[in-house]
Ligand binder design. Structure first.
Ligand code: GUN
Ligand code: FE
Length: 434
């Protein structure tokens, strides 16, 4: 095992629960076999066997859990920031679909995915759920690159057999399912990069395809990711396509592709109402809240406070390229921002999200989809960032919580000094400033 045993010394912050943030100044975080053994305020409090581990001194630096992106589109990274004056369906037709069709060409995919993976290695996210494209070779290539990157990812070969251009659409349900099976047979050996079933969204998938995907889900025991209730025109379209479904979520549930025994992430959920919320709650479906994308594509503002109150599992997503920024710090601050706007726009009973809450969502909230991930409580997998206070540091004293607040709002890649995933330093990570 290449797992490391070591201790980090520094100013440690992590979430215990949604509302409780632990701030431990000048403390010791123990990593054993790639897992946290807890945080200790003094060296002498560290259990004896761990005291012999090498102690790396980051006095004066912050140590926080790695961030988790529950939703992004790998092939859209290349065109981030373009077409941001369109709404979802027009933007898909104009930008997303034509660009994704290019991934038929593996050379194009290689160039583009290399740039994406380098960006992800240098940024603050340690766990990511990604959509690929419909193409098996390009999706395997993406998984190869991610496997070597040191990050832990779930990647989906996308399924779509209707309502998209001939250049991208799979010929029919049988062929879409068959190539999904070919993909699954070829990606079984990765350690860090696992497959996740990825029907794009209901308008892209026939009933016959959904039935076949449900069979594959059962045969391979796969998790699933898709989109839900993002945009009003999309929702009206789903109602037309699936008149028998009582809500958009039910259109997945009818095929047993909506939580329960299928670990499921649904991106956006801007317009989920009580029936859909109850279905998600009962079936343990995760919401990937993607505030920047919701603004850029003028989708609306997801009622994150309502979802927290309903006890839904929730994390944050960049939704690149609906979102422009891969960093989940940006999703945290956008999450706070849009929750305040929602309140101003009439949702008077919905309190804005706090720093503690968005920090939880971007670490442990999304991390729990991967297991015990996103905290430093003993037993959690050791994903950690060592961060420097963003410059210029103000000329007055700051509490550790305030320093974390500055990290969330104003840090960038220059602030990240070290990045560990499961106790292993991310291989390509290099901070050019240090
Ligand atoms: N719904 C279906 N496909 C997509 C996509 O690529 N991006 C977003 N934001 N929503 C979608
Ligand atoms: Fe998306």
């Amino acid at each position: 095992m290449e797992y490391r045993n070591f201790v980090l010394k520094g100013d440690i912050c992590y979430s215990k629960t949604l509302n409780s943030l632990v701030t431990a100044e000048n403390s010791f975080l123990v990593c054993t076999e790639g897992k946290s053994a807890g945080v200790f305020s003094q060296f002498s409090h560290i259990p004896l066997p761990y005291r012999q581990f090498p102690c790396i001194d980051y006095t004066g630096k912050l140590i926080i859990p790695g961030l988790v992106d529950l939703h992004m589109h790998a092939p859209q990274f290349a065109f981030r920031s373009l077409g941001m004056d369109m709404e979802l369906l027009e933007w898909l037709e104009t930008w997303a679909f034509p660009e994704e069709a290019k991934y038929q060409d593996t050379n194009y995919a290689l160039r583009s995915y290399r740039a994406l993976v380098e960006d992800l290695q240098q940024g603050p996210n340690t766990r990511i759920c990604l959509f690929g494209t419909v193409h098996v070779p390009a999706t395997l290539l993406l998984m190869d690159l991610l496997e070597k990157s040191g990050l832990v990812c779930m990647v989906g070969k996308v399924n779509m057999d209707r309502n998209s251009p001939d250049t991208l659409r799979e010929e029919d349900a049988a062929r879409s399912a068959a190539s999904t099976q070919v993909w699954l047979e070829q990606c079984g050996t990765y350690k860090n990069c696992k497959p996740i079933l990825t029907p794009r969204f209901i308008p892209s998938c026939t009933d016959e395809l959904m039935r076949r995907l449900s069979d594959l889900q059962q045969r391979y025991g796969l998790p699933l990711q898709s989109h839900l209730s993002e945009n009003l025109r999309e929702i009206a379209w789903v109602r037309e396509l699936c008149p028998e479904s009582s809500c958009y979520g039910d259109a997945y549930a009818r095929f047993d592709l909506f939580g329960d025994r299928v670990p499921t992430i649904m991106a956006h959920c801007v317009y989920s109402e009580s029936e859909e919320i109850a279905l998600m709650q009962r079936r343990g479906v995760y919401v990937a809240h993607c505030p920047q994308s919701n603004m850029n594509l003028a989708s609306g503002i997801a009622p994150a406070r309502r979802y927290l109150e309903a006890g839904l599992s929730m994390g944050l997503g960049s939704d690149v390229a609906g979102g422009v920024h891969t960093s989940i710090f940006r999703a945290m601050t956008d999450g706070m921002g849009v929750s305040k706007l929602r309140r101003c726009m009439g949702a008077c009973d919905e309190a804005p999200l706090t720093l503690e809450e968005v920090f939880f969502l971007g670490t442990q909230g999304g991390g729990s989809f991967f297991g015990p991930v996103g905290s430093f409580e003993a037993g959690y997998e050791f994903d950690a960032l060592v961060m420097e206070d963003p410059h210029p540091v103000p000329p007055f004293p700051l509490t550790l919580r305030e320093r974390l607040e500055r990290i969330v709002w104003c840090s960038d890649e220059r602030s990240i000094l070290r990045k560990y995933v499961r106790g292993i330093p991310v291989p390509g990570f290099s901070n050019p400033v240090r």
